[in-house]
Design a binder for this molecule. Structure first.
Ligand code: HEC
Length: 393
């Protein structure tokens, strides 16, 4: 297959009278392209055209960071978080480690990235990835640390690498939804932080496919600013005070008392051990799997699969901006049990069925097809003393 392709390109080039050497696609290129474009893969952020997303995700097409395949392997295996300059453009964001893929799959994807969209780089082998996985330190890299370990060639150093960010970009008035893919306290590395018009904020964890907490006091995260927990993990700077915290088997209520301090203890945890997914479809405990998200009018709609059903969730501010409204669809529609975890600072209501004292909501199939859960802050005035300033400085 590959050989045939090479021959065809060669013949074509000869026929046209080219003299320059023709670069053939390396072995595994097509497989790598399919993996790159698969659900939950690089494509979700860096996009099919490899151009990234303005202001938040750097490009892979033509990227000056691709000169060293060992660096790329390290980025993919351990993640990258902090200020980075790519092709002269500045980003201050975070890429979580790509934990869903095996060594052979990552090798194919990096080979594709190195050679897709006109890039000309080396093929990467499974052995290279395997060795890096076994030997690289177990921590997310900052761009600074990454370039110390895998420097640019001397003549390229000036234009590349890191930059000193200009802080103080706290959002004061939110008029359009703002979505950050970042490291949040008390959530897995696959967390979203979203600011809604009316200054309602929430953290949604794609690792566990569920809302983690919502807040309005203390302001949104400093999206462009990451600080470091005591165990060296990056976390968004978070000074909020959640009025609603969804309980999970992995986080005890006391872990949630002050999320800014949660940063110091257990910033992340292994979501595969969360066995208490709130939406029950059958008697069996079924774990959800994340299917991605898309933006509708700027609002993220999260999609996840539980058993045979696809669930979609889209969150907006309530009309008076005192809380959030979570809109769900379940398809195909089946009866569900939704175990909401009551929180003393929030009132929770549902558009169908009734919520029992322990937080259980039973919905019949036709009710589950499309329903809403409204979570409003109960005590709008949180005493100023409960808000911590400055995280863990
Ligand atoms: C969740 C979003 C996300 C996913 C998925 C993702 N990346 Fe990234 N990637 C980023 C962000 C954000 C940065 C910049 C990080 C920073 O600001 O420090 C980045 C940086 C990079 C860089 C260095 C800068 C550049 O543009 O060349 C490479 C190389 C890279 N990613 C490759 C990959 C590959 C390969 C995959 C799939 C295996 C992948 N990424 C998946 C978000 C993502």
């Amino acid at each position: 297959m590959i050989n045939l392709r090479m021959t065809l390109i060669g013949l074509f080039a000869l026929g046209k009278g080219f003299t320059a050497a023709v670069q053939a696609a390396p072995e595994g290129f097509d497989k790598g392209r399919d993996l790159y474009n698969s659900a939950g893969s690089c494509v979700a952020c860096h996009m099919a055209d490899g151009k990234g997303q303005p202001g938040s995700i750097p490009a892979l097409a033509g990227s000056d960071w691709l000169d060293d395949p060992n660096r790329t392997i390290a980025i993919v295996l351990r993640g990258l978080a902090g200020p980075v300059t790519v092709n002269g453009k500045q980003f201050y964001s975070a890429m979580p480690p790509q934990l869903l893929f095996g060594d052979d799959q990552l090798a194919l994807m990096i080979t594709y990235v190195n050679n897709g969209w006109g890039n000309e780089g080396p093929a990467v082998t499974t052995e290279q990835v395997k060795e890096a996985r076994a030997t690289l330190p177990m921590a997310v890299y900052t761009p600074h640390a990454m370039l110390k370990a895998f420097p640019f060639p001397k003549n390229k150093q000036k234009a590349n690498g890191t930059f000193k960010p200009d802080f103080d970009d706290v959002l004061t008035t939110v008029t359009v939804p703002i979505v950050y893919r970042t490291f949040m306290p008390g959530a897995s590395p696959a967390a979203f932080a979203v600011a809604l018009p009316g200054n309602q904020y929430y953290c949604w964890d794609a690792g566990e496919c569920r809302l983690r907490y919502s807040w309005t006091k203390g302001g949104f995260i400093r999206g462009n600013r990451i600080h470091w927990s005591s165990n060296g993990q990056p976390v968004a700077e978070f000074n909020g005070f959640p009025y609603y915290r969804a309980r999970s088997s992995l986080l005890k209520p006391e872990d949630y008392q002050d999320l800014a301090k949660t940063n110091l203890k257990t910033p992340f945890y292994d979501t595969t051990e969360a066995l208490d997914f709130p939406i029950r479809i059958s008697e069996e405990d079924e774990l959800p799997s994340f299917r991605g998200y898309r933006l509708i009018g700027g609002y993220p709609e999260f999609r996840y699969q539980v058993g045979q059903c696809e669930i979609r969730e889209l969150i907006k501010s309530s009309e008076d901006h005192s809380g959030i409204v979570r809109s769900f669809t379940v398809s195909p529609a089946v009866p569900i049990t939704f175990r909401l975890t009551p929180d003393e600072n929030a009132s929770i209501t549902a558009s169908a069925g009734s919520i029992e004292e322990d937080g259980t909501l039973q919905l019949k199939a036709h009710e589950a097809a499309a329903f809403q859960i409204t979570i409003l802050e109960k005590y709008p005035a949180v005493p100023a003393t409960t808000t911590t300033k400055g995280g863990n400085q």
